[in-house]
Design a protein around this ligand. Sequence first.
Ligand SMILES: Nc1ncnc2c1ncn2[C@@H]1O[C@H](COP(=O)(O)OP(=O)(O)OP(=O)(O)O)[C@@H](O)[C@H]1O
Ligand SMILES: [Mg+2]
Length: 266
Amino acid sequence: MTPTTPMTPAEQPILQVRDLVRAFGGIVAVDNFSLDVYPGTIHGLIGPNGAGKTTTFNVISGFYAPSSGKVIYLGEDISGRDTSALAELGLIRTFQGTTLFHQLSVLDNVRLGCHRSAKAGVVSRILGRDRATEDAADEKASGILQFFALQHLAEELAANLPHGYQRALGMAVALAADPKLMLLDEPFTGMNPEETKRMAKLVRRLRDEQGVTVMLIEHDMQAVMGLCEIITVMNFGTRLAEGTPDEVRANPAVIEAYLGSAVDAA
Ligand SMILES: Nc1ncnc2c1ncn2[C@@H]1O[C@H](COP(=O)(O)OP(=O)(O)OP(=O)(O)O)[C@@H](O)[C@H]1O
Ligand SMILES: [Mg+2]
C-alpha cells in the first residue's frame, strides 16, 4: 500500500482517449472525444443525460469497439480488446447498477473477484481447484473486506445487504482484480447523503492507500466536486469543458448545458 501523489504534470497519462467515435446506427453517442487521465488522480466525467458518458466507459473498458479513434492505456493501444484481457491489465469498470452474485456470500463474491486478476493464473481460474491459489484468494479477500469494513458481513448473502453496503461490496469485488485504473459508473446512485459520504471516503482511500487511479461518472454534483481533482464535461458526445471543480463550476457553457437539460444541476 504505497500512498500516491496526485497528478504531477511530468507524468505520462495512464489513459489517453483519442478522437473517439462510437455510433449506434444513426445515433453518434460519442463524437470525436479525447481525454487524458493522469496516474493517481480522481477524474470526474460529467454531463447531462445521454451525453455519451457510459458509452465512453463501455468503449474504454472493451464492452464496445470504437467506430473510430483510439484508446491508449499505459502507453499501449488497447482499442477493441475484450474486457477480460483489459481486466488482466488492471483496467476494471463497475456498472451503473450493482452486479453482484446475490445468492453467494459477501466473501465468495470477493473471492470470485480475485480470480479476475492476472496473478490468479489462467488454468486455476478455469479449473478452480488449485489449493495454493484458493488460499491466496481467501487471504486476499479477507484483507479487502477489512479495507471496506465489511468483514463482519463476510458470511451474509449479498442479496441481504442494504443498498449502500452492496455498492461497497461492488467496489470490493472490483478491487480484488488488482486494478490500476478503476472506472466507476455512478457509484453514488440511489444513496442517501450519509451513504454517499461514506462511499466517497472509500473512493478516496482506494486512491490514497491502494494507489488506484479512479475515473468516475456521477450526477451528484456535490459529491463530484468534493472528490475529483479534475473534471471533464461531456455534452452531445463531445468534450464541452475540462478543469478543476472550481473552473468547471464557473464555466458558462457548462451551466448552460445543465440548465438546458432536465438533469438536476446542483
Ligand atoms: N447500445 C445502444 N444502442 C443504441 N443507442 C445507444 C446504445 N447505448 C447508448 N445509446 C445512445 O447513445 C447516447 C448516449 O448514451 P449514454 O448511455 O452513453 O449516455 P450517458 O451520458 O451515460 O447518460 P446517463 O447520464 O443518462 O447515464 C444516448 O442517446 C443513448 O440512447
Ligand atoms: Mg450513463
